[in-house]
Design a protein. Structure first.
Length: 324
């Protein structure tokens, strides 16, 4: 199933609204939106006249074509949903039972998959069903909505000390990948995620700072840079225009330092390190939220306890001491 732009400028809709064994619809439209609207109309009509025997894989593909392909990390999301579906033998979607999913989730837990990962996967699956219902492609609510999310254990929040930062930077300079030092420098100077830093180009370096485009929450974010960091980054990018992929080089450099990091926090520890040192050195938690691009302050408050005078005002402004 697909909507593709043709050489004549029109959009060709090609899909099977009645399932893989049903008749294929092929029709051209002047705009992509008209193709999508026609596709939805056929799907709604089909639901009104026939029992829904479409498989979970088929609904995933319908969701992807009508909505999912416009989302961030669209292909990865589609593939994760298909992997889940195939793991439970691609059932008739409307007949999907809670116990099918619970068994799948239990097996994944036994394989060592974290609760947070499974909760995100579950949320995506339920969101897919909700969106299909909203668009009229299905006319029922999935039974999965009755499933509770798993309790998530808080992960250890770790960061590098000043001595460890110096040790790591020394190792990045020894790397054969000459982009590595600059990407790590950018992460430690701005709290950028690895993907944000690694994809930074010369054009992202603005007056006194760097602009990260299309970040995790879909928004752009500007973070000021020190003059020293700006000069180093600009000097490299003026010659090279962009950074080489260097994540594997980072893992090797980190291993050479013999610094131990919590599981899953190899490159992300740089972001934690920026945030932790920012607060320990007296930075404001609201400012940190804007720098890191957190949509909720609740996420940023993980670092609040590192403030030099964290909660000390409790000894001053309580009703016993304050009125003395």
């Amino acid at each position: 199933m697909s909507i593709t732009k043709q050489d004549n400028g029109k959009y060709l809709l090609s899909f099977r609204p009645w399932g893989m064994k049903g008749k294929q619809v092929r029709k051209q439209f002047d705009t992509k939106q008209k193709a999508i609207n026609y596709q939805r109309q056929l799907l709604i009509q089909e639901q009104d006249t026939k029992q829904d025997n479409r498989t979970l894989n088929e609904l995933i593909e319908l969701w992807f074509s009508a909505h999912g392909q416009a989302l961030k990390s669209a292909i990865d999301t589609r593939n994760r949903l298909l992997t889940l579906s195939n793991a439970i033998n691609n059932p008739i979607a409307q007949q999907l039972q809670v116990e099918h999913y619970i068994k799948y989730r239990s097996n994944r837990l036994e394989q060592g998959i974290k609760s947070a990962t499974l909760n995100r996967e579950y949320t995506t699956l339920c969101s897919m069903f909700n969106e299909l219902e909203r668009m009229g492609i299905i006319n029922y609510k999935t039974k999965l909505l009755t499933v509770r999310k798993l309790k998530e254990l808080k992960t250890e929040l770790s960061f590098l000390t000043s001595a460890q930062i110096e040790k790591l930077l020394d190792q990045t300079k020894e790397s054969k990948n000459d982009s590595l030092y600059y990407v790590v420098l950018l992460c430690l100077s701005t709290g950028a995620r690895w993907s944000e830093a690694e994809t930074t180009k010369l054009s992202n370096l603005k007056s006194k700072g760097v602009e990260f485009l299309d970040t995790k929450n879909g928004l752009n974010r500007f973070v000021p840079l020190s003059l020293r960091a700006m000069e180093q980054l600009k000097g490299y990018l003026l010659i090279n225009q962009e950074f080489q992929s260097c994540y594997a080089a980072f893992r090797s450099a980190l291993k050479r330092t013999e610094i131990k990091t919590p599981a899953g926090q190899s490159a992300h520890i740089l972001r934690h390190t920026f945030a932790s040192h920012f607060i320990m050195n007296g930075g404001n938690i609201l400012t940190l939220q804007k720098i890191l691009g957190h949509s909720s302050l609740l996420v940023t408050t993980r670092y609040a306890h590192l403030a030099p005078n964290y909660l000390n005002e409790a000894t001053i402004y309580n009703p016993i001491e304050y009125n003395q």
